[in-house]
Write a protein that binds this ligand. Structure first.
Ligand code: AKG
Length: 234
């Protein structure tokens, strides 16, 4: 059982708030890969990246297992982040978001730990030619944690934002479809996989991680630029 019920109504009025500050402990079922006992490292040459064109202006870069030894990184990220559960308005009710999140921003002056994350930030920034100045962490504790169809809230003046997403832990279905509906493409993301959205993908397409009956934990890390920190619920 997750320690806090998902979708629980916590207040009937007022602005969105963080329901919980720091979480001391919560049960997370994590299944290590039998083959994953190596020190975490990234493929800084991006040798396994495939570019997938969604339409004339929108693309994805996909490299399975871009992070080697990703189970060690999963554990380190789980322990070093301060996880919180945000709330959001659904119709007239303020409900808990069904996942935990954490945030890091360059502007805070806090070093990015564990150190491999800083290496990842540097090599992704170099490859995509933008400085990724914030990271959003998402922890899906079990199959009941999910995120509905959405586009990332990135400042309007950035018409073609690039957002690398690194997934750790158990693979979950990640769906992407044209904005407003249509048939979706499916990726199974976890275990160090890298998926980068670029071109008009964050403008013309939307994505989700749907609920499933049972799933061990998964963490996703979104590297962003030009994101208003309020979009992280801060
Ligand atoms: O967890 C994922 O793969 C997706 C995360 C996401 O879309 C978001 O936080 O905006």
């Amino acid at each position: 059982m997750p320690w806090a019920g998902t979708g629980r109504v916590i207040s009937e009025s007022g602005p969105p708030t963080l329901a919980i500050g720091a979480l001391e402990s919560f049960p997370v079922a994590f299944q290590e890969s039998l083959f994953d006992a190596v020190q975490p490292a990234v493929d800084s040459s991006f040798s396994g990246v495939d570019r997938i064109k969604l339409d004339e202006e929108s693309w994805l870069d996909y490299e399975p297992e871009w992070v080697r030894g990703s189970d060690r990184l999963f554990e380190a990220v789980l322990k070093t982040r301060t996880w919180a559960q945000r709330t959001r308005w659904m119709y007239d009710k303020n409900v808990l978001e069904p996942r935990l999140t954490a945030y890091w921003g360059l502007g805070t002056g806090v070093p990015l730990e564990p150190r491999l994350l800083e290496e990842m930030r540097a090599c992704l920034s170099e490859r995509y030619g933008v400085e990724f100045d914030s990271l959003g962490f998402n922890l899906y504790r079990d199959g009941q944690d999910a995120v509905a169809w959405h586009r990332d809230k990135i400042r309007k003046e950035i018409s073609e934002p690039v957002v690398p997403l690194v997934s750790l832990g158990e693979r979950r279905r990640f769906l992407i479809r044209p904005r407003g509906g249509g048939s979706s493409r499916v990726f199974f993301l976890g275990r160090g996989d890298l998926l980068v959205t670029g071109g008009k993908t964050q403008r013309a397409w939307e994505h989700s991680v749907p609920r499933v009956a049972h799933a061990p934990a998964r963490i996703s890390i979104a590297f962003r630029h030009g994101m208003d920190s309020r979009a992280y619920g801060r």
